[in-house]
Design a binder for this molecule. Structure first.
Ligand SMILES: [Zn+2]
Length: 217
């Protein structure tokens, strides 16, 4: 089926893998997938962030207007460039891997302010938004689909087995037992499964098994 909207032909999704998945962003674990796999934030990212902190400290210690300060400033700029290049390379590779593994990829709409409040650090370091831009670009070129679900959907607090919604769930709780169906839910994987299920329903793939298995079309 080809959907024509205002003379723009929307290419249909290429069902090359027959798989759909939901993904949950995190601090240490960059992405948790609804199939139970996860992608850790690369170690080089942490190291480069430390290098930036150090360069920034050195810069601020130098006398204003001095040649030393100018040198330190250039060094700091270079460190920032290094990290954004390395991160971008990693994003491209990851986006290629994910779009090769799945036909439909579901994410929560980013709520950077909320994440910042929750995680209490500079979320900009992780550049989730930049990653999603790259992923959308690659997905478009490969005929894959990236779906964003509502940022207010309680993906963490909802039991992915039975749909029971907890009243509250502290950030420190990594695993919880559902009071309704007794399932034990790993926090991030449970969220990713819910994101997958909601994403599937928005594209009319309700029959999709929640584990990120086959797409029924
Ligand atoms: Zn349950």
């Amino acid at each position: 089926m080809v959907v024509v909207v205002d003379d723009v032909v929307e290419p249909e999704i290429k069902f090359t893998t027959g798989r759909i998945a939901g993904f949950d962003f995190g601090l240490k674990t960059f992405l948790t997938c609804s199939d139970g796999s996860s992608i850790e934030s690369p170690q080089f990212l942490k190291q480069s962030l430390n290098a930036i902190k150090k360069a920034s400290r050195q810069h601020s210690k130098k006398l204003k207007g001095s040649a030393n300060r100018e040198r330190a400033r250039k060094n700091l700029v270079r460190k920032h460039e290094d990290i954004s290049n390395a991160r971008r390379d990693w994003f491209w590779k990851l986006a290629h891997d994910l779009t090769s593994g799945f036909d439909v990829l579901c994410f929560e709409t980013l709520n950077l302010k909320g994440m910042q409040r929750l995680w209490g650090r500079k979320i900009s370091d992780l550049a989730f938004g930049e990653f999603l831009q790259i992923l959308e670009w690659i997905a478009k070129n490969k005929g894959k689909q990236v779906i964003f679900i509502d940022q207010w959907y309680p993906s963490s607090k909802t039991c992915s087995s039975c749909g029971h919604v907890l009243e509250k769930l502290d950030l420190s709780v990594r695993q919880w037992r559902c009071p309704s169906c007794q399932s034990v839910n790993g926090r991030d994987e449970n969220a990713a499964k819910n994101i997958c299920a909601v994403g599937a329903s928005t594209v009319g793939l309700d029959d999709v098994r929640r584990q990120g298995a086959a797409i029924v079309v």
